[in-house]
Design a protein around this ligand. Structure first.
Ligand code: GMT
Length: 380
């Protein structure tokens, strides 16, 4: 198949899922064309069959606001025509699904273009639960989702939320996030000793959180949980990622007297090495449609303490791969953390179960589900 993929190239899980999907499809022999305003970050090395098309933005003094969705539409039209694409897969509905819809309609009017391009939209999270509900986006969002030839959501929760929030009657297929379980595999301690020496006091337990530090991630709760855990378990907290809440979180650490025990590591390439040091992963989010970073941790045998929101209970099985608690229930999350960190036998069971659960979301399996969904949408 010849597949166009549009995604946000720099931030967040939707771009990661889109890029890893494209890479795997290309390795399976499909031709994949990424269309975006910048090269997706995970697309760093050369892979045959992958092409990148940058959306050029025309600047003109009258345009106070950049007209990205129009420029994206035109680029989609160009790429579909010149590379004879079968479908466009839009990741994160705003504005990608609307641009794809418009591109398809433009192509229909062109006589020479006999191919009937199909549009698939994957809903990832805040495109549905937060941003899409803004009155300035809602009608366009609903229309673009309805008009897609195929729609997928990354959890059952998100599917239900889309149907109830937007009164959408369209069939939505749940296709979960996936993980390369060979790459995300716990490394031996000898392979990460340099990290351990620099980051963790010998004998301490290690709690980890990775995110884009947006308010929805509740990183302040991560710090509050850690503060309570430290009262009974000698431990360190590693915070990976960066974003708008980071400064406030650094302040909170100073106020709570935790600066010697918490490391703000910023964005990191060596995630697997760091996760291989971890004993627990914390994800107390306000909203989370799936929780890709928790899956990455689980694949490295790290149990997860998370909130019970969104799609998290579909990933993190309470009492098996970790624990879930109500949003903001810092005390309960800390209690669960201490319980696991203090019971070696129970901890081992949870760590093994976390890895086993991650294997359920194996990349090969889930990418094949996407492939089948493409074929179904193309009527093959
Ligand atoms: O986090 C977001 O605001 C949007 C989105 C993104 O682009 O990072 O993240 C969502 O998509 C991921 C991949 O499908 C999911 O694993 C995340 O749970 C989801 N984030 C939220 O729902 C907050």
């Amino acid at each position: 198949m010849k597949i166009g993929i549009t995604c946000y190239p720099t931030y967040g899980g939707s771009g990661v899922v889109a890029t890893e999907l494209g890479k795997t499809l290309a390795m399976k022999g499909h031709e994949v064309h990424f269309i975006s305003y910048a090269m997706p970050t995970r697309l760093s090395s050369y892979i045959g069959n992958i092409f990148y098309h940058e959306v050029e933005m025309y600047k003109y003094p009258v345009f106070d606001y950049p007209l990205y969705s129009i420029a994206l539409t035109s680029k989609m039209v160009e790429v579909v025509k010149f590379h004879d694409l079968d479908l466009i897969h839009a990741h994160y509905a705003i504005p990608h699904a609307s641009s794809a819809y418009m591109a398809r309609e433009i192509l229909k009017t062109e006589k020479k273009n006999s191919k009937n391009i199909k549009i698939i939209t994957t809903l990832h999270g805040t495109d549905i639960t937060l941003v899409g509900l803004e009155p300035s986006f809602l009608p366009t969002m609903r229309f673009s989702i309805e008009q897609s030839d195929g729609v997928t959501a990354v959890s059952k929760y998100l599917k239900d939320k889309t149907i109830s929030n937007y009164q959408i009657e369209k069939d939505i297929e749940v296709i979960y996030n996936f993980i390369d379980t060979e790459k995300y595999k716990r490394k031996k301690m000898t392979e990460c000793s340099a990290f351990k020496k620099n980051l963790v006091k010998p004998g301490n337990k290690v709690l980890v959180h990775t995110s884009n530090f947006r308010p929805v991630k509740r990183v302040d709760d991560v710090i509050k949980i850690f503060s309570k855990v430290r009262e009974s378990v000698p431990s360190n907290l590693l915070l990976i990622g960066d974003g708008p809440e980071r400064s406030a979180c650094e302040r909170l650490c100073r106020e709570l007297g935790l600066t010697d025990y918490v490391k703000f590591m910023g964005k990191q390439e060596s995630l697997v090495e760091i996760l291989s040091l971890a004993d627990l992963f914390l994800m107390p989010s306000q909203s989370e449609s799936f929780g890709l970073s928790a899956l990455e941790a689980m694949s490295c045998e790290v149990p997860v303490i998370s909130s019970s929101v969104g799609g998290l209970p579909e990933l993190n099985l309470h009492g098996e791969t970790g624990y879930i608690a109500e949003i903001g229930d810092v005390d309960r999350m800390a209690k669960y953390a201490v319980e696991l960190l203090s019971n070696e036998k129970k901890y081992k069971l949870f760590a093994n179960a976390a890895r086993e659960r991650a294997e359920y979301f194996n990349e090969e399996k889930i990418v094949s589900v996407y492939e089948k969904f493409y074929e179904k949408t193309l009527g093959r």
